[in-house]
Write a protein that binds this ligand. Structure first.
Ligand code: FPP
Length: 222
């Protein structure tokens, strides 16, 4: 199963506790660790894609953007041992060429050191926007002189090596996709929970998965 999550509500969680927004992101990062570990121990889940930074997130105050970049760098450095311990392969979708050279290097190292694991593939969406990804894919087709077909587009998206999304979850009560995996969720089941990301737990995820399994997926058939 490919599970994708829009981790939303860090800012509102912090505000409700009278804390700075950055505190919400810090706690959010701990939840990423918990949920990834849970998924690595659930043999039904093979792919976990997390929306960590969108192409629109650059519009946030510089201080928050800088904080998120630093958090990601420190987090990858600190969590490499967790990836190794849990045999999780780390992958990225999105255009990371806009990130600092240091962060790009950190991302490459993490990918390289985890590339042979297959208990779970965790895919972070970084400077990711679905429309941007589709435009880049179509440009690749033009460059390679390939016909515009469903298969060729899929094979030239950042997600070329991963299956379509089966289950999409968004936290914090917002009911929208916000430019996340538009192509890949064509047949996905979707769940929207009011829980803010820093409050999201393994137990709630388990309940959503149980519910998902009861849904009948027909892929356009009857
Ligand atoms: C949405 O909350 C969250 C983000 C834009 C960033 C997601 C980042 C994390 C969960 C932590 C870092 C991740 C890793 C992998 C280390 P929001 O700020 O939009 O919340 P709001 O809508 O309540 O303001």
């Amino acid at each position: 199963m490919h599970l994708a999550i829009i981790m939303d509500g860090n800012g509102r969680w912090a505000k409700a506790q009278n804390k700075n927004r950055t505190e919400g992101h810090k706690v959010g990062a701990e939840v990423v660790k918990k949920i990834t570990t849970y998924c690595s121990n659930n043999p039904e889940i093979k792919y976990l894609t997390l929306y960590a930074f969108s192409t629109e997130n650059w519009k946030r105050p510089k201080m928050e953007v800088d904080f998120l970049m630093k958090l990601l760098d420190n987090w990858l450095k600190k969590e490499l041992e967790t990836y190794i311990k849990n045999e999780v392969r780390f992958e990225v979708i999105g255009d990371i060429s806009k990130f600092s050279k240091k962060l790009q290097k950190r991302i490459e190292i993490t990918k390289e050191k985890t590339k042979n694991f297959n208990r779970l593939t965790q895919i972070l969406a970084l400077n990711y926007g679905s429309r941007d990804e589709i435009i880049r894919a179509v440009k690749k087709l033009c460059d390679k002189n390939l016909e515009v077909t469903e298969e060729n587009i899929s094979k030239n998206l950042d997600t070329a090596n991963f299956p379509d999304v089966d289950l999409l979850i968004r936290t914090s009560g917002e009911v929208r996709l916000s430019n996340f995996l538009l192509w890949q969720v064509a047949y996905a089941e979707m769940f929207f929970t009011p829980t803010l990301w820093p409050d999201f737990t393994e137990k709630e995820l388990e309940e959503i998965i149980e519910n998902y399994k009861k849904r009948e997926r027909r892929f356009g058939g009857i």
